[in-house]
Design a binder for this molecule. Sequence first.
Ligand code: ADP
Ligand code: ZN
Ligand code: ZN
Length: 753
Amino acid sequence: MSTPSHSTAQNDTAPEAFIRVAIPTPLRRLFDYLPSASYPVEAIKPGCRVTVPFGSRELVGIVMSIEANSDIPSNKLKPIISILDNQPLLPKDIIQLCQWAARYYHHSVGETLSQALPKNLRIGKPASMGSIPFWFASSELDAETANLLQRSKKQLAAFELISNAPNGLNGTELLESGFSRAILQSLSKKGLIESRDIEPSSLPFTEQNSPLKSAHLIMNDEQHYACEAITDGLGSFNTYLLEGVTGSGKTEVYLQTISAALAKGLQTLVLIPEIGLTPQTVKRFRDRFNVPVACLHSGLSDGERLQGWLEASRCSAGILISTRSGIFTPMPNLGLIIVDEEHDSSYKQQESLRYNARDLAIYRGSQANCPVVLGSATPSLETLHNARQGKYTQLHLKQRAGNAKPPAMELLDMRHQLVQDGLSTELLQRIGVHLARGNQVMIFLNRRGYAPSMICQDCGSIIDCHHCDAHMTIHRFPPHLHCHHCDLQQPIPWQCPSCQSRKLQPVGQGTEKAEQTLNQHFPSYPVIRIDRDTTRKKQALGEMLEKINTGKPCILLGTQMLAKGHHFPDVTLVAIVNADAGLFSSDFRGSEKTGQLIMQVAGRAGRGQKPGQVIIQTYNPEHPSLQLLSMNDYGRFADSLFVERRHLNLPPEGYLTLVRSESMNQGESETLLSALRQYAEHNKGQLTDTRLLGPIPAPMEKRQGRYRWHLLIHGKDRKDLHRVVEGMVSFLESHRLPRQLKWTVDIDPQEMS
Ligand code: ADP
Ligand code: ZN
Ligand code: ZN
């Protein structure tokens, strides 16, 4: 243990205590500091934040322990600068979880702990909620006010909601119910509502009155069985795979299991994929329960996130709904963990600590001695593998809930079709039929922008990004070229950069172009385009979803943002424009991901009373994967992938680690990885059943101006693999590197990009 600090003379008496601190630096070790006159050791507890001098900077660290000895002479140690918390902010279990994650992912404990905190705490702000504005009704809901608001249904609805909340409602709660700040301002101007700053409730959720706000649905037999199995398991650790086809009512199973947990005074952590965490999702939970539901996701302000974190960690919230980082939130009464859409790739963090929240959820469940429920219609191969080996308890929901029937799937052979901008005549005709019947149609095209590339008709060259091995995407609104990999944007050129010809043509289809084509074909129906470009503004998505929920006939067009979680009961036709795109990907997970996406998109059809139909446009209708998927048979599709993986010796057959290196200078990345490989070969004694693959260039070698290379390590045995990787990481850490050269280690990589 050491510190980089220069020696500072302390008083002569040798200190009896050393404060061991985890600091957010890439260095994989802890650092010792001294107490000070104003901060004696008695005031310092493990789990508290302290500020400390580190080199020339002042950093926020977490106290790990108080030690009687240090390896560093005390005259070389510096005192801490301040203590930020009177009481430990991070409890023992979270520190232990972070230590485990740091070891498993070969990452620094300090950085791991730091990123476990919401930003405000990470930068040293106080761990208190402070007061936030709550809205209260300042007038009666009588005939007069109703009259005043008769022109604005929205304002009236907001006023009604607020009038019925004696404890007031805050801006976030109102936004989640669909009422924007502007609506509140108008009501306030009319003198109907007023805002007061108050501290949000910190009563423990168990002391709040009846937990249920609205009655549970009556579950079908499968739901009932699944719910009972998990409920019986409360109080002990076990992992359940809840494999339920789309629309089978997994959420109802979650809600009723949570209800059982709440009745025992237990908190539930619900993890949800990034894209799936819409206000609608949270609303579904809040509508069911009276106990406070905290949430944490990227759409919230830093203050709101701190509030969610504190509510969960102080037990005032009975439920926490969160994207992946929520896995690190303290929950003293944690009794149930749910990971919805467990196959979703957003559970894996792709930078810094490259953790998978689903995998950490299982560790956390074993810590808390509670059930972990992994829910999905299309489980990942890793999870299916674990379930089939008997490590997880399998629960099935094979029927759609209520009266909904499974959608009819159909492969549309594009080889014999007239095609306009990627849409076949047959498809256009069918869209027309569904719309004319008063239904909604959903078109899935996983490419935003107008067209994915621009080609010169004279010399054949394609306009590429200067910084990446990638084509520039054309956007029309506003017109520009955009690289989706490095965000470079430039005007659309008049002339071909290679031959000066003026004959530049967009090729392929993006959502902007499809929107244009659909508008031309169906001028009397609105086309609602949902992709990253149309949903940039905070409330845009909510407004579009609202429009869809009116149930009026319309065309929803979008990228994978449309695929997940949404429940649109009036959609009767779902079309997948370009199903072939992902099937021939260079990534070994390509077909798994494509299959999952197709099943998820297809699952949006026919979720209400009306039957659903799915049309998959393809030039490869004989492709075995498409055949199985079109039979609605994810299980057999997964079986075929297992065979392939076993054949190629890829996960879930064994385990993978990917070492990436990148540099602005060509050659450097490869050289480093070659040296690393040599080192590993040299220590072959340890290698046992471990194989090295590479160095090879990344599928997109140049990205954002950096040349990127990979070295892949495959191991039959996880422990052996980790031992080898540990040696390699130590080698890399001890290597003096050119300034531009960076490396990262990715355990259980999800993407090979
Ligand atoms: P999943 O998440 O499995 O795709 P959801 O939980 O969204 O499915 O449920 C789909 C629809 O079925 C929702 O509208 C839900 O309210 C409804 N539903 C769920 N369970 C039942 C039930 N037992 N009876 C009637 N409707 C149900
Ligand atoms: Zn040209
Ligand atoms: Zn680029």
